[in-house]
Structure formats: structure tokens, C-alpha cells
Design a protein around this ligand. Structure first.
Ligand code: PLP
Length: 346
């Protein structure tokens, strides 16, 4: 039987289902609500017209890494580009894990940490957050060392909770956990604090970044930033040519004009304040800290609310079981999108 060749440990896996995308108001995937402006899209059009299609792209996306190093204020040799930061997570798992080795993460946190751990043959160890969705830092460090985990993955701000791990706590985790510590700063631009300045202080720190939340989800570009020793090891596993030429060109155009990103982020933060303010005036909702480009809110009956929103072609992320039961994760939209959400929420 052909199934005899399949991996037994993948038997209960399901393919990722991103769901229907043709909703009028899409507040479910933490994308930026604004497309790039017309002028920059025209500039990109010219770059695409002049692209070289018959040759492989730069295998290490050197120009993009250099521009990102200027954006992030790090050394260019400390930056690796990935096909989204998703690919970076996968490269990390495959670089450090042998079959049966463990990886620690919060629960809830970004689901791809567990997925790529398992695909690499590892075992995810989930550490539950408190009822307030906060992390018991000392408890987490003890667990990681007791379980002898190889890697720790933490998103900060946390997706989907929005919760923050304070800088001194991140440092305690990096110093306390005897393993690779990956801090995923996918929402850095909306929070403003980073641990990037410590990549050369610690031999076990890797920081992840992405352009998906700041207006470039379509082109798949993410980064990992770490010290030279870990970088050499990660490069052994990185697929060559993993970032295609068109993505490299478009990313370069944007990173040469960082005000495009900054303006986009500013607009999203203005709308975040607006939506927060409006939501906090509605009785019966519980709002969680919002330092990213989404707001997690507990409603009396998430299934009912979600159904009503879908009828109006408004999509949000909902959770029907587990610690986030009755919570909605609402991506910040444009003023008009936020208003139609608010009108239909209650
Ligand atoms: C969205 C997200 C990512 C994935 O980003 P891509 O670059 O689009 O792959 C990674 N980590 C977290 C926490 C995210 O929310």
C-alpha cells in the first residue's frame, strides 16, 4: 500500500486551511488595511518590467538583507531573509532538532511553532498562560530546563493574545533557558520595543521579523536576525534561492522608502486607538492589551457574534474552545471597516 511509505507521525495532520477570502471586510488575518499607494505601485511596475527572468535570484538576497539591516539598525551579516518569517521558523526547527527533541512555547501562541516542530520530528511542549493570559516567567524557565528543550519560541507581542513579555523578563528567559531562544517580533512596529540590541550579547538568541503585518503580506518576506555563530549553522539548512527575484525587488523598493512603512504603521495605530475607545464603551466586552495590529476581545457568545458578522460579510478570527473561548481577534481595519464592525458587533 502506498500509505506504508507515509510518515505515521503525520497521520493526524491536516493541510492548512486559510478559509474563504472574499469577505467585504477582512479583519481576520492581521494584514495591513491599506494597499501600497499608486505612485509606489507604479515604481514597482517598472522594476518588474525590467526584471531578469531567466536567471536565478540572488541566493542570499544580499541587497534586501543589507537594506533591512539599515531599517533594523543591525549589522548586515546578522540578517537572513526568508519566504515569510514562517519559513524562518521552519529553518530554525530543522537546524536544531533531532527526532524526539522538545520545543517549549506558550499556549496560546502562534500555531506554526508547534506545526514546524512536529514536521521536523520534534515534540512541542505547551506552557499554559494564566487566566489573564500572562506568562509565569520563572515557571516557564523551570519547565523548559526540566524538559531539556532544545528551542523556545515566544511571540512578543503574542499573537493571538496581544500580551507583552516585559524586556527584563525576556532577558531572564534568554539567560535562564539553556537552549536556543527565538523571540518573534512580528508586531514590533506596533509595539515599538525590541530585543534586537542583544543579539551579540547572548549566544542563544534569534529574533524574527516580518513585512507581512506592515503592508507586504502578498509578497512573502520575513527575516531572522542573530549572531554570526548561529547564522552559520542556520545557513546550512536555508534553501538556496528561497526568496524569489520579484519579492527581492519589491522589498528593496519599499525598504529604500521606509516612510511608506512608517506612515502605514502610524495610520494603523490611530485606528487602533479609535477601535479600542469605541469597544471599551460597549458593555459586556472584555478587552485585552492591544500592542499589535489587532484587539482580542471576549464577548458573551462568540459563535453568535461571528455568525452575525459573517452574514454582513465581515470576517474576524474567533475561538470557540480552549483558553480563548468566546474571544474574537479583530484586526485593525480602516475607519469605514472598523465602523461596520462596530455597528454589527452588538
Ligand atoms: C503573522 C505572523 C508570522 C508570520 O509571518 P509571515 O512573515 O507572513 O510568515 C509569524 N509570527 C507571528 C507571531 C505572526 O503573527
Amino acid at each position: 500500500m502506498i500509505q506504508d511509505f507515509f510518515r505515521k507521525d503525520l497521520s493526524d495532520f491536516e493541510s492548512y486551511n486559510a478559509g474563504k477570502t472574499d469577505y467585504k471586510v477582512r479583519l481576520n488575518a492581521n494584514e495591513s488595511f491599506d494597499n501600497l499607494g499608486e505612485a509606489v505601485r507604479r515604481e514597482i511596475g517598472k522594476v518588474i518590467e525590467n526584471s531578469i527572468y531567466n536567471r536565478y535570484p540572488d541566493a542570499d538576497a544580499l541587497e534586501v538583507c543589507e537594506l533591512y539591516s539599515l531599517y533594523a539598525n543591525v549589522n548586515k551579516t546578522n540578517v537572513m531573509a526568508g519566504n515569510g518569517s514562517d519559513e524562518c521558523i521552519q529553518i530554525i526547527a530543522h537546524t536544531f532538532l533531532n527526532t524526539g527533541e522538545k520545543v517549549a512555547m506558550q499556549s496560546p501562541d502562534f500555531s506554526m511553532y508547534g506545526l514546524y516542530t512536529k514536521v521536523a520530528g520534534g515534540i512541542p511542549i505547551e506552557f499554559p498562560l494564566s487566566d489573564e493570559l500572562e506568562l509565569d516567567v520563572q515557571g516557564f524557565i523551570s519547565m523548559a530546563n526540566r524538559e531539556k528543550v532544545k528551542i523556545v519560541f515566544l511571540s512578543n507581542p503574542n499573537n493571538p493574545t496581544g500580551n507583552i513579555i516585559k524586556r527584563e523578563d525576556i532577558i531572564s528567559i534568554i539567560e535562564g533557558c539553556k537552549c536556543i531562544v527565538v523571540i518573534d517580533e512580528a508586531y514590533f512596529e506596533f509595539y515599538g520595543q525590541s530585543i534586537l540590541d542583544k543579539i551579540d550579547t547572548y549566544d542563544n538568541l534569534i529574533v524574527l521579523r516580518t513585512c507581512s503585518k506592515i503592508g507586504l503580506a502578498a509578497i512573502r518576506i520575513g527575516f531572522m536576525i542573530t549572531n554570526n555563530v548561529l547564522m552559520l549553522e542556520l545557513k546550512k539548512v536555508k534553501p538556496p534561492y528561497n526568496v524569489n527575484a520579484i519579492t527581492q525587488s519589491i522589498t528593496s523598493v519599499i525598504l529604500k522608502n521606509p516612510e511608506i512603512i512608517n506612515n502605514n504603521v502610524k495610520n494603523i495605530i490611530v485606528e487602533r486607538s479609535y477601535l479600542w475607545e469605541k469597544l471599551s464603551n460597549i458593555d459586556g466586552l472584555r478587552l485585552y492589551k492591544a500592542e499589535a495590529n489587532f484587539i482580542l476581545v471576549e464577548v458573551p457568545n462568540a459563535i453568535k457574534v461571528k455568525k452575525r458578522l459573517i452574514e454582513e460579510s465581515i470576517n474576524v478570527r474567533s475561538f470557540s474552545t480552549g483558553p480563548l473561548k468566546n474571544c474574537l481577534r479583530i484586526t485593525i481595519g480602516s475607519r469605514q471597516e472598523n465602523d461596520s464592525l462596530l455597528t454589527n458587533l452588538i
